[in-house]
Design a protein around this ligand. Sequence first.
Ligand code: CTP
Length: 433
Amino acid sequence: MKKIKINLKEFLETILPHPKLFEILTLAQNISKKRKEFLYFAGGVVRDYLLKKIYKKKVSKAKDIDLVLQGDLKSFLKEILKELKGEILFESQFLTYKVKINLNEKDFLIDFITARREIYEDISKLPIVFPSNFRDDILRRDFTINALIIGLSPPYEGILIDLVDGINDLERGLIKPLHLNSFIDDPTRIFRGIRYKVRFGFNFSEEFFLALKRCFEKEALKRLSGTRLANELKLYLNKEPEKNLKTLLITTLELKIFENSGIKTDKNILNSLVSLLKDLKEELTEREREKFFLLGLVNPEFVDGFYRLGFLESEIKELMKYVELIKKALPNWEILSLWEKIKIFEKIPPTYLLVLSLHFPSTKKEVIKFLKDYRKVRPELTGEELKELGIKEGKEIGKILELLRKEKIEGKIRNREDEKNLVIRFLLNKSET
Ligand code: CTP
């Protein structure tokens, strides 16, 4: 066991996102000392602190702080909450607690974790956990670089503990699992490893590939639940810098992770997906973006992939209905007018429309233009103004609005005057017939 003395004050100053957190941590530290229960930091905060030291990298302050207690966490938290305003927001089956603490009118969220041992009873299933000591808690983790801890209280106050040669791997820039069955136990670690590799510009160790091979042999990725698989992929989109998305997806493809997870896709689809996501960022809500991302990963010729990612039968059927709609229109695509194409696009929700444009590239340019532009085109004249010009309420208004939109999109009318003239022509035509 490697033990290194560190400057706790400097460590805290480096990692804590807010100076007020000092107060909370000092209290937690004092309570753990009084109770003689070992309190320590683990995971991302320790890794990022060392990254900063080793590579002089600008690592952002901790977003979530994982504080681990070797002891009775529930009663420990009760003591903290006697002293500070706050509440336990969530208690998980893994002996972890999300706690909200309010200090001088500001809320802080802290994850408290019981030092624990994990037992994986079945491939790719969530583990059963038991309270245990810091050693077991270190050894249950995913990668050596995430298995370093820094003590806040005795017996290791201000000590960095390295049981797994994690510092060395940080220095060498290596993503190394703690053991070769790691990905059989929990295949989500593969996606985590890819995120760390790309985020830090590291390399996979030989053990990473060996563990991956074992995982494939046991078909562990195929047994991972759809929800967990989709959640890991969503982290590519939501947790990592946008500029890394392409590399994350291509790395996943090249390591045959999609294939072994039951998802058929290819480089063209992924490249096109990334560029569409970037291009249409402003046009989609967060939910639409996430849904498009997941649906867009899958080649629709192999529908199983959609089921694999946990989509509902009804959603898949709906998408396939639109696939058929586009396929039917495609042979005549070049001779359809812009307006006819828009009428097809309007039948399809934006998320699905984008998915289609990925797989039917001849529609892509117009789909983008439709989502960015055409679908927002509205006449300048209001309903009231139309009525004043002599348009009747009801069906007729709908008809003229549609006509105005069409002519505007086609560039035949440009301003209010043009619109008014069109309305007058419309009314004249009507009276003639
Ligand atoms: N962990 C693990 N196996 C998992 C998930 C998490 O061993 N499948 C452990 C790792 O030690 C990890 C810690 O739990 O460091 C906390 O997990 P998480 O908050 O997801 O990641 P961070 O390490 O904080 O990294 P990130 O910067 O991505 O948030």
